[in-house]
Design a binder for this molecule. Sequence first.
Ligand code: PMP
Length: 474
Amino acid sequence: MSMQEDNRHLEQSDRHYVWHPFTQMKEWEQETPVIIAEGRDCFVRDIRGKWYLDGVSSLWVNIFGHRKKEIDDAIKAQIDRISHSTMLGLSNVPAIHLAEKLVTIIQKELGTGQKAKGEDMHDTSIRRPLALSRVFYSDNGSTSVEVALKMAFQYWQHLGEQNRTAFLSLNHAYHGDTLGAVSVGGIDIFHKAFGPLLFKTFSAPSPYCYRCELGKEYPDCGLFCAVQMEKILKAHHQEIAAVIIEPLVQAAGGIIVSPPGYLKRVRELCSAFNVLFIADEVATGFGRTGRMFACRHEDVMPDILCLSKGITGGYLPLAATLAPEHIYKAFLGEFRELKTFFHGHSFTGNPLACAAALACLEIFETEDTIRNLQPKIALLEDWLREIADLPHVGNVRNKGLMAGVELVINKQTKEAYPWEEKMGWKVAYHARDNGVIIRPLGNVVVIMPPLSISTENLRQMLKVLRHAILSAVS
Ligand code: PMP
């Protein structure tokens, strides 16, 4: 078969055999799919030989670009030892090293003012959050959330608080696609259809200042959205196992950046009402917001922390849910008591993925990634200002290298494009034609390149997006 025939065969086979996620396949079947064959640094190449800038970090996971030597080497070295072994009844070397490393890094980043491991282990008042000291592995963001929800629920059951069967989450929240994660989700387009299958969740307003659902303006609002959360907690805290939020940025909801003080306030409310606080840092973790973790911006220690995506540098599926000692201890008991946390997946703690994660965390240190990121973030913010002035750009928001450009019909009235008009997609297709891959969220154009992107490539990406927006809205 010639190369061209080979490519055509691949395209046809994709249409015939593959069912793509979050994709209307009726449309897909009529398109020529872009099939990626190779990647290098911040670029990916399709089977026809065209290179694209990976402006979505291969769905928000890639941190140091593709084929990063240190990560490649770590995985290859691990393959020569063992690729997979179970964590059910056994342990493995990289999983142990990684757990220790994660606990240390998180303590260093978020541990200010926390109590040391072991201290106050039986403190169930949770007035002050304790250090995260235990790592429970799974394999993707949704499962890390699933683990957090089940852990929080069962924790209270073990403490004898049988009524804590509900959760509190935010409108516009996205925590994954498994049913537990969908239960705490707040994006109707994705989640409503599954309503009858979901457990009870209270919804608090999203801290979405551009379209404040409470009709307020920051800062005069006095964080009125948090006041609404407080009201719910006041009335229902005895039924609520945990509050779950995406700290600082509601990512899939449209890169909704919460106003300063909101995250800290949520932490305070959880402590005041004795409800666990779950931080879902699946999207925001590992430098994406300009700090190692979003919680670091407001010096917040969650009770349970969900990590995935960037943890392996975006190489392999891995997730970790971290808990403090007092939650862990609540699951200890005699075998017959059935206090065991009955949860775990075939690929939990996969050694290849853990080896990749260890290499990734080492690069953060050797390359001083977070510090070196700061000038790049400042440049991005400068260049985003040029985009904010464009017609039909209603709002531009960012935290670190996560940015969203919200397109509107009318800048004054903020009238949104009808969803069916696919305005975000029109921009994405223009950008793709010009060598930049992005994936919109409704009318929000998302900018989420690998942290290692060069300033030249970032500039180029912004230029392409500017042009793509102008072409799409005209
Ligand atoms: N939580 C957040 C905050 C996310 O952004 C995502 C994915 N975009 C998830 C959970 C789910 O992760 P995954 O797709 O790996 O299941």
